[in-house]
Design a protein around this ligand. Structure first.
Ligand code: SAH
Ligand code: SF4
Ligand code: F3S
Length: 442
């Protein structure tokens, strides 16, 4: 009988991507099978995130539960992967010595050998090195693909914002070779993928020099990818305001496959706070990117990341964030209360804002964005738009949900046979927060 594995994924899409690769390794190279039932698993792995304190605490409480499973069955192998593994390898092996493997984000491809070592080792086996791009060369190719797939083009971050752990957990920015990316994408597309989502902590910091000394930046990479005309949509996440250049604007001008939606984290609308965060841009510089893109793509929509309650944020600073939200009309956000992270420069700044104020600000920010998004949704009723069907609606089981190129989610009547189809639809109504439409081309 095959041994079984269970992987739990926390954190960002990069972790989702890495977990998929670990699943592929376990199934293809190690001959294990996947299970969704922890109690049945021979190997339990949690792929962790340490972006905020809460995320990190979750890991230790989960490990406490898994320890009980191991007490019942001592043959279970427990692994901790991802960003907490990278940052807290020593603490994990001392606080939770029953953990068998600690695997950093750049060493997941070594899982088969780490697993073998853990079977004979009495201590936790730890591998949290940053061996540059080695991981991608050592992962099995995917043979099945979904209509939409993530492809990592770069990893890590060299920006060192004052509050953030990512440069320490994932390492500095490293880009994958152009040919490897194109090969991975072509393989996915040959297997039926229609939408490619390029992944990286700062995708537009992509920088690769080929053997002939030619430099490929992110904008050029988009042009190379778009040469494959079977790709219907190209999306990317996350990009950074400091790495926007002419080539990227040109890509928005020339490549219809590049969607009209951009997730561009601003974090705060106050220059004083942006400077304290060491973001490296001003509000005006950020706005100039948005302005140019709106000229090229009048229908483009924007979403962003915000941190509220950064030390020193006054009511006035916070209101500047609200002003910029209204001005740019972000219609989606990932917003969180500032979390003090050990080892980051901001951890030494006195945290002078009460929890109550932080919560109030977060709530107000979210309400502002929700109401903008609702107003925007109203304006597209009656429009004819193209959607890519992504799955069954979570609200209505006789409907499916599709995404427009500018990221609006629309429900239409249909079943799972429509998943992955690109359809022309007409938007008919806004039912509370949900947009509904009807198919035009069947
Ligand atoms: N590289 C991207 C974002 C990656 S991290 C960028 O900076 O543009 C994802 C988000 O987590 C960040 O945009 C930020 O909003 C949030 N984040 C990072 N560190 C945080 C902290 N210490 N407290 C609260 N939120 C944080
Ligand atoms: Fe973190 Fe800043 Fe890098 Fe984004 S750019 S991952 S917030 S250090
Ligand atoms: Fe979390 Fe690491 Fe991603 S800290 S957000 S899993 S890069």
């Amino acid at each position: 009988m095959k041994k079984k594995y269970y992987i739990e994924t926390q954190g960002c899409q990069m972790n989702e991507y890495d977990s998929d690769k670990m699943k592929n390794l376990l199934s293809k190279e190690m001959n294990f099978e996947n299970t969704e039932i922890k109690e049945d698993a021979d190997v339990l792995i949690v792929n962790t995130c340490s972006i905020r304190e809460k995320a990190q605490e979750k890991v230790f409480s989960l490990l406490g539960k898994w320890r009980k499973l191991k007490q019942k069955n001592p043959n279970i192998v427990i692994g901790v992967a991802g960003c907490v593994a990278s940052q807290e390898s020593v603490e994990i092996s001392s606080r939770a010595p029953y953990v068998d493997m600690v695997i950093g984000p750049q060493t997941i491809h070594r899982l088969p050998e780490l697993y073998k070592k853990s079977l004979v080792s009495k201590k936790t086996v730890v591998d949290v090195e940053f061996p540059l791009i080695e991981k991608f060369d050592n992962l099995p190719t995917v043979t099945e693909s979904k209509f939409s797939e993530f492809v990592t083009i770069m990893e890590g971050c060299s920006k060192y914002c004052s509050y953030c752990v990512v440069p320490y957990t994932r390492g500095t920015e490293v880009s994958r070779p152009l040919n490897d990316i194109i090969e991975e994408i072509n393989n996915l597309v040959n297997n039926g993928t229609k939408e490619i989502i390029l992944l990286g902590q700062n995708v537009n910091a992509y920088f690769y020099e080929d053997k002939n000394g030619n430099i490929i930046n992110f904008g050029l990479l988009l042009f190379y990818i778009a040469k494959n005309l079977d790709i219907k949509r190209i999306r990317f996440t996350t990009s950074h305001p400091n790495n926007f250049d002419e080539q990227i604007y040109l890509a928005y001008e020339k490549l219809p496959q590049l969607v009209s939606h951009l997730h561009l984290p601003i974090q705060s609308g106050s220059d004083k706070i942006l400077a304290a965060m060491k973001r490296g841009y001003t509000v005006l510089e950020y706005k100039s990117i948005i302005k140019r893109l709106k000229i090229i793509r009048p229908d483009i929509t924007f979403s962003s990341d915000f941190i509220v309650g950064f030390p020193g944020e006054t009511e006035g600073d916070f209101l500047k964030t609200i002003d910029i939200i209204k001005e740019i009309q972000f219609d989606q956000s990932y917003s969180f209360i500032y979390s003090k992270r050990p080892g980051t420069p901001a951890a030494s700044i006195e945290d002078n804002i009460s929890d109550e104020i932080k919560k109030e600000r977060l709530c107000y920010l979210k309400e502002t964005i929700n109401s903008l998004s609702k107003n925007r949704s109203k304006t597209i009723i009656g429009e004819k738009i193209e959607i890519l069907v992504e799955g069954i609606s979570s609200k209505y089981n006789d409907m499916v949900v599709g995404r427009t190129k500018n990221n609006k989610i629309i429900n239409i009547a249909g079943n799972s046979t429509l998943i992955g189809e690109i359809l022309n639809i007409k938007v008919t109504e806004l039912d509370n927060k949900t947009l509904k439409g009807e198919i035009l081309n069947i």
